[in-house]
Design a protein around this ligand. Structure first.
Ligand SMILES: [Zn+2]
Length: 295
């Protein structure tokens, strides 16, 4: 096991050009694709080097493990920490995304556990999320909070269209049941939904509920990184209307469901990575263009 420590290059940075200046030049500590493991996915690769990275925003959830998938360098970080000790609202999302960006990552793959809000979205199936509803509060959710540059970034399409299409393709190739679109409601946690909340979310037609997609997805966009969420459905949130036999979610159920499906999620990610094009043609790469005023 190789341990490399990277100190932040400067104390703070507030603009896109500053962000690029922070990239370390150590070739051994570089990766182009980053994966944030969620509940139940604490490991992705074998034979890795570990990087302890500090950022201007503090310490990330864990060291970054860097390994090879074919000829691609891939970085992995468990977003709750390797022993699952960091609750969703306490995750330092800014440090996590910054750390990935600082070693060259421009594509982020984010598998998560999620509750289903719809009968046709079943436990064990995957949802390739394309929209979110933010119900969180008090989470630092921007790199541009203090100016002088005022940035209003578009959130109209928060997920990378190219990575989403590749994920759908990889799921179908692996004969994994997949929903090609989905809106996730991001709740603050740590508690699960009430029946009334869950009924409201379902009635709006939203597909899944989760605690970590916000602000992770938007911070990736602020760093002009492509971002993909693969939601693994582990439960039915507070139950299903008209299905009294479906019990409200418990931690035990989430863990059991994820454990039963972790290998499929890992295989899907490993199948997806070689198909990611080297060059980016998607809008994510220029997300900050025309988003700033002043500065
Ligand atoms: Zn993209």
């Amino acid at each position: 096991m190789l341990v490399v420590s990277l100190a932040p290059a400067v104390d703070a940075a507030k603009s896109a050009s500053d962000l690029r200046l922070l990239t370390p030049s150590m070739d051994a500590a570089r990766a182009e694709i980053g994966v944030f493991g969620g509940s139940g996915l604490y490991r992705l690769l074998d034979d890795v080097a570990f990087l302890a990275i500090e950022t201007p925003y503090g310490v990330p959830s864990d060291d970054i493990a860097i390994g090879r998938v074919g000829d691609r360098m891939v970085a992995f970080m468990p977003r709750h920490g390797r022993k699952h000790t960091i609750p969703p609202a306490a995750i330092n999302y800014r440090a996590n995304l910054w750390a990935m960006h600082s070693i060259g990552v421009n594509r982020v793959i984010a598998p998560t556990a999620a509750g289903s809000l719809q009968p046709h979205v079943k436990v064990g199936e995957l949802v390739i999320t394309d929209q979110f509803i933010d119900r969180t509060h008090g989470r630092p959710d921007t790199y541009f909070a203090e100016g002088p540059k005022v940035v209003h970034i578009s959130a109209a399409e928060p997920y990378c269209p190219v990575l989403r299409a590749l994920a759908v393709q990889a799921a179908k190739a692996g004969e994994v049941a997949v929903h090609e679109h989905g809106t996730v409601v991001v709740i603050q946690g740590p508690r699960f939904s009430t029946r009334a909340e869950s009924k409201w979310f379902s009635s709006m037609g939203w597909e899944t509920v989760n605690m970590t997609q916000y602000p992770e997805a938007m911070l990736a966009r602020e760093l002009e990184m492509c971002y993909l969420n693969i939601s693994l459905v582990t439960d039915y949130d507070a139950g299903l209307e008209g299905h009294p036999d479906v019990k409200p979610v418990s931690v035990e159920e989430v863990q059991r469901s994820f454990a039963a499906n972790t290998d499929r999620v890992r295989e899907l990610i490993l199948r997806l990575i070689p198909n990611i094009p080297a060059e980016r043609q998607c809008p994510c790469a220029t997300a900050l263009r025309d988003a700033a005023i002043g500065g």
